[in-house]
Design a protein around this ligand. Structure first.
Ligand code: SF4
Length: 385
């Protein structure tokens, strides 16, 4: 690599040195971190801010295209730095338009990111870890052991990949494909809180990627100590993977409940900053036949959520190979939903999206892992060329 550039008297003097170090990736860095990374180039702060704007507002991937930077600086950046996002290894498109991308990371690990289109907007479901440590029983990701946390660059990189795919640089003002983000992909975001916080801060920065906090939802299985902190730090919407109304059942379905039982979890939700009637906590409740779907459980749910401005998303269970559950019948889901609605809770039944490509809620698992473990035939996948 060519590196080390000094800035003196408004001109850059480059000292080209041979080195075996790989280029440093600038994706995932904020302005002070960029300044630090470019220390050896002695770049003035206003130039760093221009660079930041090119990276996150314009999504430019080539330093050479950063027109208002001096030529010498562009050359020095090209020589020593990169703007790498995860690469799409396998893109899949569902019959309903949902897209799932198997993303390859620089160390060879893989994660999945899902884009769910609506008429005038689209939601990006972002992963926070490779695999997951929490083993929720209804979730396919939970059968894949935790490999590692994603870096800030890999989290924010998923968002940038989506904008690349749809050509949304800079983000259009009106309707757009990437209008919302849910941290609901692979992994427990609050177990990788520092990186998730930094990545979301970049995504929300009006000078850069500029997605409003109200368009972002962080979903947790219930890592109680970080819930209120997350609200204070980020102000994003909160979703809770609840799925059961007794500790006995939740201990089985969502094993983190043994550490942070339902009453502690709901206290954290009550105290979640900014929660009110127009900004409610979303409770996710997967409908499992004969397990958690009785009218008595619907009534208990109402009792539990009494003092929390809430909305309840009922999620028909999305099957995956060898899953130990079946989905409740639509009649049972209808009865459950009607009880909640009658008590004044919005309780939409989530329409499954991307089931045919295993992109629906709870179905994510790195494709290579799935193929290895279930002998699934690749011919059943719908691949976009
Ligand atoms: S539901 Fe979330 S926290 Fe639970 S196993 Fe799946 S990815 Fe992990």
């Amino acid at each position: 690599m060519k590196q080390v550039v000094y800035f003196t008297n408004n001109s850059y003097m480059r000292y080209m040195m041979e080195s075996t170090n790989p280029k440093q990736n600038l994706i995932g860095l904020n302005v002070p971190e960029l300044q630090e990374a470019l220390l050896s180039l002695n770049v003035p702060k206003y130039r760093v801010q221009q660079l930041y704007h090119w990276i996150y507002y314009h999504g430019v991937r080539d330093f050479g295209a950063m027109a208002n930077l001096p030529k010498d600086l562009r050359e020095a950046l090209t020589a020593g730095f990169s703007l790498d996002r995860p690469t799409i290894k396998i893109p899949q498109v569902s019959l309903d338009g949902t897209q799932k991308w198997l993303l390859s990371l620089s160390d060879g690990n893989e994660v999945e990111t899902v884009h769910i289109p609506e008429k005038t907007r689209g939601t990006l479901c972002v992963s926070s870890q490779v695999g997951c440590a929490l083993s929720c029983k209804f979730c396919h990701t939970g059968t894949q052991t935790l490999v590692r946390n994603l870096t800030v660059a890999e989290i924010v990189g998923q968002f940038m990949v989506a904008r690349d795919v749809f050509g949304e640089w800079p983000a259009p003002a009106g309707n757009r494909h990437v209008s919302n983000v849910v941290m609901m992909g692979m992994g427990e975001p609050l177990y990788n809180y520092d990186n998730v916080k930094k990545a979301l801060t970049l995504i929300m920065d009006p000078q850069g990627l500029d997605l409003a906090p109200r368009r972002i939802t962080l979903s947790t299985s219930g890592v109680v100590p970080h819930i209120v902190q997350c609200g204070n730090d980020l102000g994003v919407s909160l979703a809770i993977s609840l799925h059961a109304v007794t500790n006995e059942l939740r201990n089985v379905l969502v094993p983190i409940n043994r550490k942070y039982p339902i009453d502690e979890l709901l206290t954290a939700c009550k105290n979640y900053p900014g929660t009110n009637k127009s900004n409610r906590v979303t409770f996710e409740y997967v409908m499992l036949k004969g397990i958690n779907d009785s009218p008595a459980e619907a009534r208990e749910l109402i009792r539990l959520l009494k003092n929390i401005p809430s909305k309840i998303n009922l999620i028909p269970f999305n099957p995956w190979p060898n899953a130990p559950f079946e989905c409740s019948s639509s009649e049972t889901i209808g009865v459950f939903s009607a009880i909640l609605e009658k008590a004044g809770y919005a309780s939409p039944v989530r329409r499954p999206r991307g089931q045919d490509i295993f992109a629906a809620c709870g179905q994510l698992k790195s494709l290579s892992q799935r193929l290895r473990k279930s002998n699934e035939k690749s011919g059943t996948l719908i691949q976009k060329n």
